[in-house]
Write a protein that binds this ligand. Structure first.
Ligand code: PA5
Length: 446
């Protein structure tokens, strides 16, 4: 069960003030659940876990089986932003850190494309694709995102050349809008299997739709358990009081923001969780960063980054707070052994589990940073598995919706993302952007 511990905020936030923010979070919960707030046509994610039909999960597993039958070795998942980060976060968190090197799983190896325009990355990915029995999942809600479309064009051409159009089509799944967009038309024309991203679910809230579920299932993980975890969290996050962890978290992060802490650092203590930080950054950054407002979300992996960012966090500008993402129970055990010579001086740790060392590092860091003026929220989950990740995804989505409403912004739009796209299209010579292209060239030549 997810727990939100606010002890590390006590020195920075008076209880009375916190209670006012809790009232604000409860009001935000009512607004969100009653569908009366800004962006209310994008609330599909709120009820999604309880409304996910078994047939959808079965359909994902059908793709898994059919590609296992074809002995697919490599699955390229093409997508960006909300159409990419959740799947990657889950797959990295759940995979053995060295599964690739050890050739561990019976499942195909999942890699990602369409999240970058780097030529070198794409060329190197194609080197791999040429060597492997490959299938592709292309994910784009709009169906027009440049990064994804460019990668998919390269991948599709290769599959068609390699296997012929019909076999290629059976190795491609498109996840997109039910009826609109270039990807939907392409899929219909070529007979690709498709999954729908519901109209009322925005990209960064879509990890529990086929956008996340299909890649996660293809990587060999249990999507039933993930949805079960999300369902349980959906029930918990509906409760309008402080037992609701989303209310607690949204209340405290808004309090801290209004008291001058403008940066929230999400810190995990396991390198496998660093992409959860990437997913979380998009969720909160794109939902809250607008109208000149919003916490800047940053992420670190401790203890690794204590040796790089630790100095700043301890003693730099005091405009930040930390949210620790703690996993209560390690699923593996490594114990420090006795060494007769003790030349490294570590015998005081003999018979100690490494996770105990990690826990003490967390506790020590938390206390040191609090002493340094950095408030700390700790969010804990029981263990790193599908069930708990389902809980975590839903919890953060709910907390994000509440938090953005408390801030007074629409969590479900992203008007600022368009600016770079317009400039890029103009500079690349896309038809329709001639005037902007001229204006930009004038600016560049000045
Ligand atoms: O959260 C969002 O809406 C964005 O990050 C989108 O997911 C991202 O831009 C990709 O869009 P699309 O799925 O339309 O290709």
């Amino acid at each position: 069960m997810i727990k939100v511990d606010l002890e590390g905020c006590r020195p920075f936030a008076a209880n009375m003030e916190y209670q006012e923010y809790v009232s604000g979070a409860k009001r935000a919960l009512m607004t969100l659940d009653s569908g009366t707030g800004a962006g209310n046509d994008f609330l599909g994610w709120n009820e999604l876990p309880s409304e996910t039909p078994k047939e959808l999960l079965d359909a994902c597993l059908e793709v898994v089986d059919s590609w296992l039958e074809k002995e697919i070795e490599l699955i390229v998942v093409a997508g960006i932003g909300g159409s990419y980060l959740g799947a990657r976060a889950a797959i990295e968190a759940l995979s053995h850190s060295f599964s690739r090197e050890m050739n561990l799983t019976a499942s195909p190896h999942v890699v990602f494309a369409g999240h970058t325009l780097s030529e070198e990355y794409m060329a190197e990915l194609m080197d791999l694709v040429y060597m492997k029995n490959t299938a592709v999942v292309v994910i784009s809600k709009s169906g027009t995102t440049t990064e994804t479309a460019v990668a998919f064009r390269l991948l599709r051409s290769h599959l068609e050349r390699q296997y012929g159009p019909e076999e290629a089509a059976s190795r491609i799944v498109a996840i997109t809008d039910a009826s609109r967009g270039a990807l939907k038309s392409l899929a219909d024309r070529n007979g690709y299997r498709t999954f729908v991203i519901p109209d009322n679910v925005g990209g960064r809230f879509s990890v529990l739709t086929p956008v996340g579920l299909l890649p996660i299932a293809l990587a060999g993980f249990d999507i039933h358990a993930m949805i079960d975890g999300a369902r349980q969290m959906q029930r918990i996050c509906d409760v309008p009081d402080e037992t609701n962890p989303a209310v607690k978290y949204a209340a405290m992060r808004n309090l801290l923001y209004n008291s001058g802490k403008k940066i929230e650092i999400l810190a995990s203590f396991n390198p496998k969780m660093s992409f959860i930080g990437e997913w979380w950054k998009q969720l909160f950054g794109e939902s809250e960063g607008k109208e000149g407002k919003g916490l800047f979300p940053a992420s670190v992996t401790f203890t690794t980054d204590l040796h790089s960012m630790g100095q700043y966090i301890q003693q730099g500008e005091r405009h930040l707070f930390e949210t620790f993402l703690k996993v209560e129970n390690s699923r593996r055990e490594e114990t420090i052994e006795h060494d007769e010579e003790n030349s490294d001086g570590l015998n005081f740790l003999e018979n100690t589990n490494l996770e105990h060392c990690n826990d003490m590092a967390q506790l020590g860091t938390r206390l040191a940073h609090i002493d340094g003026g950095v408030p700390n929220i700790t969010i804990s989950i029981d263990q790193l598995d599908e069930y708990n990740l389902g809980q975590l995804f839903y919890f953060f989505e709910k907390a994000c919706g509440l938090s953005a409403y408390m801030l007074g912004v629409n969590p479900f739009d992203q008007p600022g993302v368009e600016s770079y796209k317009k400039n890029m299209f103009a500079l690349l010579g896309k038809p329709g952007y001639e005037e902007l292209a001229e204006e930009l060239r004038r600016r560049i030549d000045e």
